[in-house]
Design a protein around this ligand. Structure first.
Ligand SMILES: [Zn+2]
Ligand SMILES: [Zn+2]
Ligand SMILES: [Zn+2]
Length: 441
């Protein structure tokens, strides 16, 4: 594997039953269970997210709010704020001591800045909030435990399953993050992941994209319920790649093993180019129907792109590439699934008291989530007849309405993203607000 590839347990968690079998998790695995730690038993995200939580107030745009865990309290910083209704990303540091909290802010900022420089997230930055939770760890860095009982050196010490020269060390950190997850040096696990889930439930109940950022320059990370990244210089790309697993339910476009093979937006057993999931993108010369090389099941599955030195795509195969159009479309859809384009509209009531003939009333979009690239269209109508276009507000006078009749004032907001071709998504990209108003005699 080259340095651009990273094992992503994110997808594997969806096939968790497979993952509970060490033999499948570790090919050639008649090895014993890891002696030093228990592999965390993951619960699918929807289950833990549905866990009953006290609905805490949405965080306002104030820096320095505080989250408590046990006896300790930790500061919350706001890196990006676009209001309630935006998608919350929460970055929690691990292995950052009290003196390293400014470094955590810088590292978190580097990752999120990179996310919002990457297409399609660059156009949708205004759809996100980013918070940093300043978790303080007793020690700096993360653990490198070595993993398997049989892999000890002549003195009986644990060694890294992939012989990384990094010393074997156990660090006291808040989330107990560690390399050598599932027998692979670069895969990072967190024995204290439940603490991250507790904190998210309590303080960020709407956040579906929590991230633990590890204070190490070692290359590594993992997807899953909680995205895990490091400060390696490739870290920002790992962060974006792992987020795409969690956020868009995307598959890796490199072959990571038969256990990962299942239907995904960018992975399919349908090979027929007219029926393949991404048929509508095949006019792009770099998009095609490419088989996964390797594996008994893998060779039956196809993917939309094939990374090479000269191709642009795809970040789900190589970290230094862009997302391919198929993955990009899925990510834009996922953004629209999370955010309602109309955040606030006035009047707040939708059934209004009747208007007199000379009376006027203003209807307004107070706050709209708008992607960059001028793709938003706004259409106002009265009883189905268009009356205005691409304006945030209209004024309706009693004269425009027939007496003793109820009228429907409607605004429709649509994001005509060029990244989306799936006609079924049009509905998702269109949101409306309707008011009912009668004309008084
Ligand atoms: Zn991956
Ligand atoms: Zn290792
Ligand atoms: Zn892709």
């Amino acid at each position: 594997m080259t340095k651009h590839y990273i094992g992503c347990l994110g997808m594997a968690l969806l096939t968790q039953a497979l993952f509970l079998s060490p033999a499948l998790a570790q090919p050639g695995g008649d090895r014993p269970e890891p002696p030093q730690f228990q592999a965390p038993i993951y619960i699918d995200r929807p289950q833990w997210m549905d866990y009953e939580t006290p609905q805490s107030e949405p965080l306002a745009n104030v820096s320095k709010r505080v989250a408590s865990y046990g006896e300790q309290s930790y500061d919350i910083d706001t890196l990006l704020y676009n209001g309630t209704g935006a998608i919350d990303i929460v970055v929690m540091g691990d292995g950052y001591t009290d003196l390293e909290q400014d470094k955590l802010t810088r590292d978190a900022k580097a990752c999120t800045d990179h996310l919002f420089e990457t297409s399609p997230f660059d156009r949708y930055k205004s759809f996100f909030n980013v918070f940093v939770l300043h978790i303080v760890s007793p020690e700096s860095g993360i653990s490198h435990p070595g993993q398997w009982k049989q892999e000890t050196d002549s003195t009986g010490r644990m060694v890294c399953p992939e012989n990384s020269p990094l010393p074997i060390v156990n660090k006291k950190t808040f989330f107990s993050t560690h390399l050598d997850g599932w027998g692979t040096h670069r895969i990072i696990g967190a024995w204290g992941e439940h603490k991250a889930k507790d904190l998210i439930r309590l303080y960020f109940p709407r956040c579906k994209f929590p991230c633990i950022l590890c204070n190490t320059d070692e290359y590594g990370g993992a997807g899953g319920d909680i995205l895990i990244a490091t400060c390696n210089r490739a870290s920002s790309d790992i962060y974006v790649h792992e987020l795409a697993h969690v956020f868009g339910d995307l598959a890796d476009e490199y072959f990571g093993g038969d256990v990962y093979m299942c239907e995904k937006p960018n992975l399919s057993a349908t090979r027929d180019s007219s029926r393949v999931r991404w048929a509508r993108w095949l006019d792009d010369p770099e998009v095609g129907v490419f088989p996964h090389r390797g594996g008994r099941i893998g060779s039956r599955y196809v993917k939309p792109t094939q990374a090479s030195e000269t191709s642009r795509y795809c970040k789900m195969e190589r970290l230094d590439k862009e997302f391919c159009p198929v993955c990009r479309e899925r990510l834009v859809e996922a953004i629209h699934e999370q955010v309602s384009l109309i955040a606030d509209a006035l009047p707040a009531d939708t059934v209004l008291s009747p208007l007199k003939k000379r009376e006027k009333m203003t209807f307004a979009l107070e706050r709209v989530f708008e992607a960059e690239g001028d793709t938003l269209s706004i259409t106002w109508s009265i009883d189905g007849q268009e009356v205005a276009r691409d304006t945030r507000a209209i004024t309706v006078s009693g004269r425009q309405l027939s007496p003793n009749q109820t009228h429907e004032i409607r605004v429709e907001v649509h994001d005509a993203s060029p990244f989306v071709r799936n006609p079924r998504c049009r509905e998702l990209h269109t949101q409306s607000r309707t008011w009912m108003v009668a004309r008084r005699r």
